[in-house]
Design a protein around this ligand. Sequence first.
Ligand code: SF4
Ligand code: SF4
Ligand code: SF4
Length: 179
Amino acid sequence: MKKRYAMAVDTRRCVGCSACVIACKTENRLPHGGFRDWIVQETSGRFPGLSMEIRSERCNHCSDAPCVSACPTGASHLAEGGVVLVNRAKCTGCKACIASCAYGARYVHPDGYVDKCTFCLHRVQQGKRPACVETCPTRSLTFGDLADPGSAVVQLIHSRRNKVLKPETGNRPNVFFLA
Ligand code: SF4
Ligand code: SF4
Ligand code: SF4
């Protein structure tokens, strides 16, 4: 069966330490001010019943990715496992993809092309886990294949309450947040 890579982010385990952010910057040699993942802290409820959710966010590698259809040059494209990538050589930096993404997952690299999370496909293809997943000290992040019913990511999604961000976009995100 065709692979469909996904990530589960356990918001109960995440302590917002930013180790995933630093690991990504180092692994992918990101420029100053450029980030492929980031931490969001969201408070909900009313005092005294307040609760806080901490999330490590990144590109959702959407199944219906508007950034791919918006790209006029074919630079933004689907790769193995449904991973959404940008071909630097084809990217003109027009930012059409940035405008189409409801998640703020892309930024302009100082070299003129648009950059974003790759699900560390270069590592996955070598049998390794993405750098952020490997580094997370609380094991909040789980990467795997949604098409494999035995994968840890599928087990987690089936056993825990979860959500995707902005489901109303209809983009069918593949990063799941476990509550
Ligand atoms: Fe594209 Fe944004 Fe979805 Fe990533 S999160 S696939 S950049 S629309
Ligand atoms: Fe495509 Fe690059 Fe334009 Fe984005 S900025 S739409 S990747 S050419
Ligand atoms: Fe960065 Fe790789 Fe994690 Fe994406 S999967 S946020 S590129 S470390």
